[in-house]
Every structure is written in C-alpha cells, then in structure tokens.
Design a protein around this ligand. Structure first.
Ligand code: 5GP
Length: 186
C-alpha cells in the first residue's frame, strides 16, 4: 500500500486536553477533500457515539481476531483498551486518489510511519505543559491521581512527537488549523 505524489495519508495526534478534536473538526469543515478514518476500539461507546460513525466498537475477542487476520495497518493499547486502524478503508481511499486522515495516538502513528514513510505526521501540542495542566484541572472531572497519570502520559507522547514531521502548537484553533492546511497543502 502506498500513496501517489498527490494523495496524502495524514496522521494527527495530540495529548488529551489539547483541543485536538476541535482542531480536526474545523479542519474537516474547511477541507472537504479529506476523509476521516473511523477506527476500531474495544472501549465502550460514550453517550451520543454511534457504531460506524465515531468508532467501530468491537469486543476484545473480535479485536484480537482482527489482529490475527492482519486487518490493521496499526493498533495500540491505550488506557486499558485496544484501538486500531483497518487497512481496508485506507487502501480504498488511497486507491481512489482520496486523502485520508487518521486521528490516532503516538504509538500507532509511529507504526504507520514505519510502514508508509510518505505519511505526514502532525502532532498538536499545548502551548505549554503548565497550560495543559490548567486545562485538565479546569474540566474538574478527574481525581488528582488521574490527572497525574495523564500528565505523565503527555510527557511520553511529547517524547514520541520528536519523531513527527511537524509539531503544531494549539494556541488558538484558527491558527492551528491554518498551520495544518499550510503544511498539507490540500
Ligand atoms: P478516545 O477513547 O478518547 O476516543 O481516544 C483515546 C485515544 O485513542 C486518542 O488519543 C485517540 O487519538 C486514540 N485513537 C483513536 N483511534 C485510534 C486508532 O485507530 N489507533 C490508535 N493507535 N489510536 C487511536
């Protein structure tokens, strides 16, 4: 599987609390020629999430069967659940000369880069760790222990992001989206 010179395989990652979801939503609104890949996960659906729209929600057994069948371009364990990108959708987009975007965490992104070096990896970073910590605390939904775990994970992700092609600082959503459009040129 590979991309031609015009079609792009884009991978965007970013730590939780960094506003990645808002940036991607705005990017997709502005660029109708980018298809978002729907991942598989073993986590439970959150309120309002739909099978086939937000994720394909699989049991652990189904997920392991897909791994055994070599269905995934990449997969990773995150927060005690499995997440993975099915090869079939990516192949379909690239064969039809369509751009495709994966919104995945860093372990998976680095697997994609290894298999498809032409993939463009973009990491959305917070203006600073302090700012991210303030955003996480501002949500007031998590315990101190959970916040500390997340912050440690953020540091690991920032370490992985050194292998990305681009790092975009999310100071404002508009700036971040414009920067991404400039990078990918679609
Ligand atoms: P959430 O459970 O909040 O939807 O996602 C948790 C994390 O899993 C996010 O960082 C998200 O980017 C990542 N993720 C979602 N789909 C995939 C996937 O297919 N592969 C990998 N490696 N990570 C994914």
């Amino acid at each position: 599987m590979s991309t031609n010179s015009k079609t792009k395989l884009l991978v965007i990652s970013g730590s939780s609390g960094v506003g990645k979801g808002t940036v991607i939503k705005s990017l997709l609104e502005k660029c109708s020629n980018i298809n978002l890949s729907v991942s598989c996960t073993t986590r439970n659906p959150r309120p309002g999430e739909e099978h086939g729209v937000n994720y394909f929600f699989l049991s652990k057994e189904e997920f392991k069967e897909s791994i055994a069948n070599d269905d995934f371009l990449e997969w990773a364990e995150f927060s005690e659940n499995f997440y993975g990108t099915r090869k079939s959708y990516i192949e379909k987009c690239l064969n039809n000369n369509q751009n495709v975007l994966l919104e995945i965490e860093t372990q998976g992104a680095l697997q994609v880069k290894e298999k498809m070096p032409e993939a463009v990896l973009i990491f959305i970073a917070p203006p600073s760790i302090e700012e991210l910590e303030a955003r996480l605390r501002g949500r007031q939904t998590e315990t101190e222990d959970a916040i500390q775990k997340r912050l440690n994970f953020v540091k690991l992700e920032m370490e992985n992001s050194k292998k990305y092609d681009y790092i975009v600082v999310n100071d404002t959503v508009e700036n971040a989206v414009n920067k991404i459009i400039e990078i990918i040129g679609v």
